[in-house]
Ligand binder design. Structure first.
Ligand code: SF4
Length: 412
């Protein structure tokens, strides 16, 4: 394959992969010492960043094997009826690209997805061949994230899990009704069955005791994740979070990624004309974190009387605190961990630091300021040795005082 051809494919297939939110940004040009656009250049070639299980931010080559697809999901730029440039990598080309980028230190791994070619098993087999060749033929020790095709055979899923660090099956849309309207070839039952199968394999292999000094083979050690498109159908935030809550509970997913719908060329009239505000995606991630790490129930975050949507102007924890002022102020020197985690402005790290510091001394407001990021946000909701908010907690205009300026986006 001529070099320009390969670069062309790389441009098309990395661009086509950018709609998947499972790794964040793309197009990093940071470590590129070669002439821009050369082989190995990271500029515009789909280097994205993701978090490894140990919390490190790693760079991944994020590409599709092909953007040909026999399915016609209306929200997807790669759907069968879409008029886009198509390309397809061979298995060997993906393996070579990954190894070349890896050896040059541009990436620490591969994120591979694909349109459906011929059928689900054929497509999954091609993706498994990439991972198998990298691991077994080349001893590749980098990170591999494979998108699993829900309808593919269980045997292929099982082999994929032996090579991939993480597998993900996309749930695509918040409700089964929306999925049948927008992605008629996809079946919710298949998606759930695949997720259930992966859950069983992950738990079975990774919890198995070693026998005779031999560790059992790893199976998708970084677990499974999924992606949900936000704003393509009419689902409100409550419905989206309800689906996430169900997925975390039923399939022990590591992450649900929320991807704000992007308008696509020649789009179906079923789709909205504009994308939802990016802030909506951000608020959903915050709400998701509150459910997973802060002990909140979904119905506390988006409560019954609301319109089912999160407040775009303030983060969901602050919104909850303003609706539940009777729960405050919280005494930073006595409150238990659960109560501290509910204070706006305290993240999990700040709470852990407060708990360990107060073992040695009684905390003053100044101490709290050193342990958290925004004392201004915290002050109305806490008491400390030398601080009581007085009427501040119940102040009518408190919300106005705490609404951040548009440029400020902070996590709790
Ligand atoms: S299966 Fe649907 S979402 Fe996936 S590439 Fe094909 S058209 Fe796009």
């Amino acid at each position: 394959m001529a070099k320009t051809n390969l670069l062309d494919k790389l441009a098309i297939l990395s661009d086509a992969a950018k709609y998947d939110a499972s790794c964040a940004s793309s197009g990093s040009a940071k470590r590129n010492s070669l002439k821009s656009g050369g082989i190995g250049s990271t500029e515009g070639s789909g280097i994205c960043h993701a978090y490894a299980p140990d919390g490190r931010c790693i760079s991944l080559l994020k590409i599709l094997l092909t953007n040909f697809c026999i399915y016609d999901c209306v929200y997807c730029v790669n759907r069968h009826s879409s008029n886009v440039r198509r390309a397809r990598f061979s298995v060997e080309e993906v393996v070579d690209l990954t190894l070349n980028f890896y050896r040059r230190n541009y990436i620490e791994g591969l994120f591979l997805s694909s349109g459906i070619i011929r059928n689900s098993d054929y497509t999954m087999e091609e993706m498994v061949r990439v991972a198998r060749s990298l691991r077994l033929d080349h001893g590749f020790a980098g990170y591999i994230h494979l998108k699993a095709i829900p309808e593919a055979s269980p045997a292929l899923m099982e082999e994929a899990g032996l090579y991939a660090d993480r597998l993900s099956v996309n749930i695509e849309l918040p409700t089964d009704v929306a999925l049948s309207q927008f992605a008629p070839e996809k079946r919710p039952r298949d998606i759930r069955r695949s997720m259930g199968h992966l859950r069983l394999k992950i738990e079975e292999q990774n919890d198995a005791p070693s026998t005779g000094g031999k560790r059992p083979p790893r199976f998708s050690p970084a677990g499974q994740s999924t992606q949900m498109i936000v704003g393509a159908d009419g689902a409100d935030d409550d419905a989206i979070l309800a689906r996430s809550e169900n997925l975390y509970g039923s399939f022990r997913l590591k992450r649900v990624y929320y991807s704000a719908f992007s308008p696509i060329p020649d789009a179906s009239s079923k789709l909205p004309l504009s994308r939802p505000p990016l802030m909506r995606e951000h608020r959903l991630y915050q709400a998701d974190w509150l459910m997973r790490f802060y002990g909140f129930e979904r119905n506390e975050i988006v409560s019954g009387g609301d319109d089912g949507m999160l407040d775009l102007a303030i983060d969901p924890k602050l919104a909850w605190a303003l609706k539940n002022r009777g729960r405050f102020p919280v005494d930073v020197n006595r409150a238990d961990k659960e109560a501290l985690l509910r204070v706006p402005g305290f993240g999990t790290r700040a709470v852990n630091r407060i708990l360990s510091t107060r073992r040695h001394r009684t905390l003053r407001l100044e101490d709290v300021g050193r342990l958290c990021q925004s004392l201004a946000k915290v002050r109305p909701f806490i008491t400390a040795l030398d601080w009581s908010p007085g009427g501040l907690t119940d102040l009518n205009g408190l919300r106005g005082k705490l609404v951040p300026q548009p440029a400020q986006l902070d996590l709790f």
